[in-house]
Design a protein around this ligand. Structure first.
Ligand code: ATR
Length: 493
């Protein structure tokens, strides 16, 4: 099982100790980033391990490696040498580890570290991830000066191809004490699944103050991502989307896994490129995937099999790994109709004339369900041609997202549904139906759930319309997804 190391990047030792105290119960060790301390504070670092009361890594990161130490290199080395010398007999008073870069060869520091029981982390901060895993393996092995060192390789992940390369390299480096990190949002899984990457620990930092790009806070790692329960046999599930800044799926699935004592974890995989996701999914043997914007259509070519609904819709939001390959399903359709029909206290869409805003993957599911349920829809979209293409499939009408559509919207105003991303995000004031004046009789649904009330819903509610956001639909479709992932009904708490 991997450990959690809290990176401390405050300007004073006191502030660092306060951060450490806040997270003490979630962490196993801490890294003191001496380069981030105020110059005067750097004279006092020798006391820090005793004050911390847990193993501490000493790191004085140079600017060129992503740190902020600006002094002479000789000054940096003296700082490191002083911090690990004058060792106490009680090892807990000394730094447990020092992080020194691959190009540093100062025998006196290395010998002092070995003599005083301070373990060396030999680190390299690459500017990019080599495409070829064998290049990563060679680089990592070149760091192994002595068998007793830990190797640390941190490289930015520009996409999930980089993460897949890191994982494949990790598999070849089994048995070596190491820390492999893909930095940035694409590399989040190297932090949560540190154990699967064979890393001794993961680096975390205080909430909303990452010391290095992509770090999560220890509480989120433990509580949301079940870090302490993850082992090499843990089954991985996740959500594919981009930019995937907000997703309610991990907080939905992970608590079920805990409650039901399942050896599984669910995490976000932000990826612009579907092909890169599938490469990583194979490397990690991901078992099941939720698919969201903008990939509901782009995953279709990767499916070995699909349900009739997915075939009819041309949109997939659920994928399960089978022996034959990925099997695609769509749970949006039932999630949507269950949610809105329950809200409207109706059994079907029979007789309902609705306006659907958007013509993407989510709109396809909505229009399909309205058609299947005996309703009629007017599809309006920014790109009118896409609206026409969708509407034509069911013999419905289509229009652009402009003034010319308002008269028809009025005729199709029993129910109005926004399926676009317009209005998404806290503080966003965008309203996709800006040109339409609500009468107060329309039921208005927005598939967005962050913010809870979009500008569109706020305006509709102010006019007296009953309004519903997309959270209920999300939970309902996720329950269907659970059934596909595990072949069993969603276990009610
Ligand atoms: P999803 O799977 O969530 O439906 P999608 O297939 O990428 O995602 O579709 C996004 C929808 O939001 C489309 O209808 C898109 O309109 P276009 O077809 O004209 O691109 C709509 N959309 C996204 N951004 C928009 C914006 N700024 N204004 C209006 N419509 C927007």
């Amino acid at each position: 099982m991997a450990k959690i190391c809290l990176c401390l990047g405050e300007e004073t030792l006191d502030a660092n100790l306060r951060t450490l105290e806040k997270y003490r119960r979630y962490i196993d060790l801490a890294e003191l980033r001496v380069d981030k301390l105020l110059p005067d504070e750097r004279f006092l670092i020798r006391r820090f391990p005793a004050l911390a009361g847990m193993p501490v890594i000493l790191t004085v990161r140079r600017k060129r490696d992503g740190g902020v130490f600006e002094g002479e290199e000789s000054a940096r080395l003296v700082l490191i040498a002083n911090a690990i010398s004058y060792a106490e007999a009680d090892r807990r008073m000394n730094f447990a580890y020092i992080d020194i870069e691959e190009d540093i060869e100062v025998p006196s520091i290395e010998e002092a570290a070995r003599a005083f029981g301070t373990r060396i982390i030999r680190s390299i901060h690459a500017e990019s991830t080599p495409e070829d895993p064998s290049a990563i393996i060679a680089k990592a092995k070149s760091l192994l000066h002595f068998g007793d060192e830990i190797i640390k390789l941190a490289a930015p992940a520009h996409n999930l191809n980089d993460v897949a390369a890191m994982f494949n390299a990790a598999s070849e480096l089994r048995g070596i004490d190491k820390l492999l990190i893909s930095m940035g949002s694409a590399g989040m899984c190297t932090r949560i699944l540190a154990c699967k990457f064979g890393s001794l620990w993961t680096f975390a930092s205080a909430k909303d103050a990452p010391v290095s790009p992509g770090q999560l806070d220890p509480e989120t790692l433990c509580k949301l991502y079940r870090f302490r329960d993850i082992n090499i046999n843990t089954d991985v599930y996740g959500i594919l989307g981009f930019p995937l800044k907000v997703t309610a799926s991990p907080p939905f699935f992970n608590p079920i896994f805990s409650r039901e004592k399942m050896n599984a974890v669910y995490l976000p995989f932000p990826s612009e490129d579907a092909a890169a996701f599938f490469r990583l999914a194979d490397a990690l043997n991901i078992k099941g995937v939720s698919v969201t914007v903008p990939h509901k259509q782009s995953v279709m070519p990767y499916l070995a099999g699909m349900s009739a609904n997915v075939k009819n819709l041309g949109a997939c939001n659920t994928m399960i790994r089978t022996e034959a390959g990925w099997d695609g399903h769509n749970t949006d359709i039932l999630g949507f109709s269950d949610s809105i029909l329950n809200f409207m206290k109706r059994k079907s869409f029979r007789g309902i004339k609705a306006t659907v805003i958007g013509a993407g993957g989510a709109a396809r599911a909505v229009v399909y369900q309205i058609w299947r349920g005996g309703g009629k829809a007017f599809v309006v979209n920014r790109s009118r041609s896409r609206a026409e293409e969708l509407a034509d499939r069911y013999g419905f009408m289509a229009g652009g997202l402009d003034e010319n559509s308002t008269r028809t919207i009025k005729k199709f105003s029993r129910l109005i549904i926004n399926t676009t991303s317009v209005g998404m995000g806290i503080g966003c004031k965008d309203d996709p139906l800006f040109m339409y004046k609500f009468q107060g009789t329309e039921v208005v649904m927005d598939l967005i759930y962050v913010p809870e009330q979009t500008a569109l819903l706020a305006r509709a509610a102010a006019a007296g319309c009953p309004v519903l956001n997309g959270y209920d639909m999300l939970i309902r479709q996720a329950k269907y997804q659970y059934k596909y992932f595990f072949g069993a009904e969603y276990p009610q708490p």
